[in-house]
Design a binder for this molecule. Structure first.
Ligand SMILES: Nc1ncnc2c1ncn2[C@@H]1O[C@H](COP(=O)(O)OP(=O)(O)OP(=O)(O)O)[C@@H](O)[C@H]1O
Length: 720
């Protein structure tokens, strides 16, 4: 048998050898769709003699594209490069790099990410004298993104004769958006959303280019087709129009991106939208044990909007899946870590065999902390690790200034917020310090500060000195809160308007309060900084390390041992999904994706305590929707918690609006209720804005209204 068909089952062989026409493969989790896509690609090249220049293979992530390229290279014995194996965006960029000049844009355009977008917005705010009161960057970026849904804007960017004009009738928002476009043009920058917009614009306005690409791409295959958006669908459909060879693979049960425009119906209705479609179903799973599969099948069965398909496997039996219930986060972390450590010895597992999954990034904190304390090597694969985030580093540097006043902390804080103490002043200070062999801060204290007049350095020194005197009488959480407030760092964050950063600081504060509570004796600033320096100084070992990531980023990956942590109602399913059947089903699909990543063992863990919103934590409803005897439960759930959980689920599914009903345990707030904020103190809820997920709260201390995230943990019911 030819190597492309070796070890494949009959439907897989069918899929690999079906090269012509419109073909749809409905592939369950772990049923070998990646294998099919790679083997088919190799078969096209070697079996049919097609040049790699004529095959487009679209994957959903760069990670998947790299993996596929690697596998194809292995299959093809490195003889040819898969030049068009990439994501939609990656391929869009390839087209633009070749042809963007047809629409009057230079080929050396740059691609900007969200941080770059924010830098542009910062410039605009400065120019227009705007502050965050006008609009938060995140919201503004959303507005810009909405604005760009109408592709008309492209003509402004590509046709300088049209120019971008401003007039008095425009709203500030109009002006900001136009300035954003103006700057984009000035920097020849394309943001993520522009890429496919530009390609489609190019195809519409330059037919020859479209024809060229259509003729070039004889075969097109698309992975994760259930996650195709309108635009992505239009894009591949157009490219396939000439040769009519379009092979799509997907699993409707793994649709987890509808919130950003995925339309699974393109997969479901593929046979209606195209003629003579051949459908192949892959439902034999090769990845997981029957026990893991049983759990995933039972969970996803509760979705009403789906095509029913059960996966089966011939893999040997393993151990039952586990539900661990802990009394608090520490117990939960302990369970995860002790299981990992014991498997390292008893099952000769490696750290890299373990993956810890969670619904949202902010859940990773308590697990990370535990892993660091126990010296378990780990790597966070989605985004920046909590303790590496800029704002967390800044906040800790302020604390370190109080005790150590070391140069690194000084450099991090002295001009953050801006105190007109820029490069020139620093250079001068460094020269004096070097001459005296002293630290920068001490040099500043003892030197003649006339040399630094015109800066706000005095207020900085005053704050640090004040805390040096007072800190030993204060709690660490109070020091942090007050120093960020008095140094102006808090205001800076709020002016920047990055809600994530504000939330992260609140999360740090919350974690310190927790530690103060759990520590057993009064937690001193010295103790805390000693502990936390462990968190920040760890070298991350890429190789043999436990992997931490969100479920979204785990899509397409597999690991021998998987832990799904923070499996609580309100986290997974996310509290925003509780009111909406479609969203709730997407959360169930996310859980399905999490379970099906596991090869040998799957552990779902959760613990008691309080959720982000301040409500009592209860286990995820998804655990109770299935038969309780198909997994092993470790840890006892008290009767009252169990009853409360069951009551909450039965009362609230599938019309979960009622979950917002206030009861003694939950403090999802109502209008006019009084709350306590760790930084602003007492406040009154004036408005509940579910569309943005915020409370509008009037705070006496600042005599104004602030929008606070509904999922912010630090908010408590106010009591005297
Ligand atoms: N015919 C087969 N025989 C043996 N192993 C197979 C076969 N097909 C696939 N596998 C193995 O099963 C696992 C899952 O395959 P693959 O990663 O291609 O699945 P997938 O369908 O892309 O999964 P998912 O959608 O869940 O990410 C891999 O380890 C793969 O090597």
């Amino acid at each position: 048998m030819e190597k492309y068909f070796e070890n494949l089952n009959p439907p897989q062989i069918d899929a690999v050898s079906s090269t012509e026409g419109y073909i749809r493969v409905l592939a369950g989790a772990g049923s070998g769709k990646t294998k099919v896509l790679t083997n088919r690609y190799a078969y096209l090249v070697e079996g049919l003699g097609i040049s790699t220049q004529n095959i487009l293979c679209v994957t959903f992530t760069n990670k998947a594209a790299n993996e596929m390229r690697k596998r194809i290279k292995r299959l093809l014995h490195e003889q040819s490069e898969g030049i068009y194996i990439s994501t939609f965006h990656g391929f869009g960029v390839k087209i633009l790099k070749e042809d963007i000049h047809h629409i009057n844009y230079p080929k050396n355009f740059s691609i900007i990410d969200t941080e770059d977008q924010k830098t542009i917005l910062r410039e605009i705010y400065e120019e227009l004298n705007l502050t965050i009161k006008f609009m938060k960057f995140k919201e503004l970026l959303r507005k810009i993104s909405l604005f760009k849904l109408n592709p008309k804007y492209i003509s402004w960017l590509v046709d300088p004769t049209k120019g971008i004009t401003f007039d008095d009738s425009m709203t500030t928002l109009d002006i900001v958006i136009r300035k954003y476009l103006y700057k984009q043009r000035k920097y020849f920058a394309l943001d993520f959303q522009d890429i496919l917009n530009f390609v489609m614009y190019l195809f519409d306005n330059h037919l020859d280019t479209l024809k060229k690409w259509q003729s070039r791409l004889h075969y097109i295959q698309v992975d994760e087709f259930q996650d195709c958006s309108d635009q992505q669908y239009a894009f591949v459909s157009r490219l396939a129009q000439k040769n009519n060879n379009l092979f799509v693979v997907g699993d409707p049960d793994q649709t987890i991106y509808t919130w950003r425009g995925a339309k699974p119906q393109y997969l479901i209705n593929f046979d209606k939208n195209h003629q003579n479609v051949k459908t192949i179903i892959l439902n034999q799973n090769y990845r997981s044990t029957p026990e893991i599969l049983d759990l995933s099948n039972k969970i996803i069965k509760n979705n009403k909007l789906r095509i029913d398909k059960d996966l089966f496997t011939e893999n040997p039996n393993g151990i039952q899946t586990v539900h661990f219930h802990g009394k608090n986060e520490f117990e939960e972390t302990k369970y995860v870590i002790s299981t990992i450590n014991s498997y390292i010895t008893t099952k000769s597992a490696n750290f890299k065999d373990f993956c810890i999954l969670y619904r949202a990034n902010n859940v990773s904190r308590f697990i990370e902390q535990g892993l660091l304390q126990e010296d378990v090597p780990y790597v966070v694969l989605s985004g920046v690790s909590f303790f590496e985030r800029r704002e967390i580093k800044d906040a800790l540097a302020y604390l370190k200034m109080v005790i150590y006043s070391d140069d690194l902390s000084f450099l991090r804080t002295v001009n953050m917020p801006k105190r007109k103490f820029g490069k020139v002043k620093l250079k001068k200070l460094k020269e004096i310090a070097d001459g005296n062999d002293n630290t920068l801060y001490n040099t500043l204290l003892i030197s003649d500060r006339n040399a630094f007049s015109g800066t706000d350095i005095e207020s900085y020194i005053a704050v640090i000195e004040k805390f040096k005197k007072e800190y030993s009488k204060m709690k660490v959480s109070e020091i942090l809160r007050d120093i960020l407030d008095q140094s102006g760092y808090d205001i800076l964050l709020r002016t920047e308007g990055d809600q994530d950063r504000i939330d992260n600081i609140a999360e740090l504060l919350f974690s310190i309060q927790n530690l103060e509570h759990e520590y057993g004796e009064p937690l001193t600033l010295e103790d805390y900084l000693e502990q936390v320096s462990l968190y920040t100084d760890t070298e991350r070992q890429e190789k043999d390390a436990v992997k931490l990531m969100t479920i979204h980023s785990a899509k397409g990956l597999e690991f021998p041992y998987v832990f799904l942590v923070g499996f609580n109602d309100g986290l997974l399913p996310n509290f925003r999904a509780l009111k909406d059947l479609n969203k709730l089903e997407e959360e169930r699909r996310l859980t399905y994706v999490a379970v099906t990543r596991a090869e040998k063992e799957f552990h779902m863990t959760e613990s008691e305590g309080y959720t982000f919103q301040g409500a009592r934590k209860i286990p995820s409803r998804f655990i109770f929707e299935i038969k309780q005897n198909i997994f092993t439960r470790i840890g006892e759930i008290d009767k009252d918690l169990l009853e409360e959980s069951i009551k909450t689920y039965t009362n609230n599914s599938p019309q979960p609006e009622t979950i917002m009903v206030k009861n003694s345990e939950s403090n999802l707030y109502e209008i006019n209720s009084f709350v306590k904020h760790p930084i602003f103190g007492k406040g009154e809820i004036k408005e509940i804005d579910d569309s943005s997920g915020t409370y509008k709260i009037y705070f006496e201390s600042i005599d104004s209204i602030r929008e606070i995230n509904q999922n912010f943990k630090g908010l408590k019911i106010y009591s005297n």
